[in-house]
Design a protein around this ligand. Structure first.
Ligand SMILES: Nc1ncnc2c1ncn2[C@@H]1O[C@H](COP(=O)(O)OP(=O)(O)OP(=O)(O)O)[C@@H](O)[C@H]1O
Ligand SMILES: [Mg+2]
Length: 129
């Protein structure tokens, strides 16, 4: 597993590039590499914007699917209403509200776990098979 700390804005790019490199090595085609790097960019940006800092974990999945799993972990304010946060166009910061729903559409799995005041964990997966 590879861990990328998110502490400053440039770490968002580092996470995106690391995910794309890993996806390419695993045999994902260019279109999927781009889907993965777009989702990572959005979710790493959410960590930076809403929680200030956190971590991105990259790992290879073997069972039951082959693919990549990327986990975004922070100890920020948390998301009080996850269903609302997943809605296209909903934002607490006057932004586009497209990061989470967009990432969900690009990946095979997206799961949000969050407790208000404790932090947020977002898990995404892209499968090869
Ligand atoms: N890591 C996080 N910690 C706390 N709140 C979060 C986190 N990620 C997302 N949220 C909440 O979920 C909302 C929706 O996130 P999403 O990424 O979809 O949209 P956005 O960041 O507001 O806008 P966009 O990503 O389109 O610029 C955010 O406005 C914020 O309230
Ligand atoms: Mg966002």
């Amino acid at each position: 597993m590879e861990v990328i700390p998110i502490k400053e804005e440039s770490d968002i790019v580092r996470a995106r590039v690391a995910a794309k490199d890993m996806a390419q090595k695993m045999g994902f085609g260019l279109v999927d590499q781009t889907r993965i790097s777009t989702a990572v960019s959005e979710l790493a940006r959410n960590v930076f914007v809403y929680a200030r800092e956190g971590q991105v974990h990259l790992e290879v999945l073997n069972n039951p699917h082959n693919g990549i799993r990327i986990t975004f972990i922070d100890q920020g304010p948390g998301i009080p209403d996850i269903d609302l946060a997943m809605k296209d166009g909903w934002s607490s910061s006057g932004s586009m509200g497209k990061g989470l729903p967009g990432a969900k559409r690009l990946m095979n799995r997206l799961e949000v776990k969050s407790e208000a005041g404790k932090g947020t964990t977002v898990i995404i997966e892209k499968w090869l098979s």
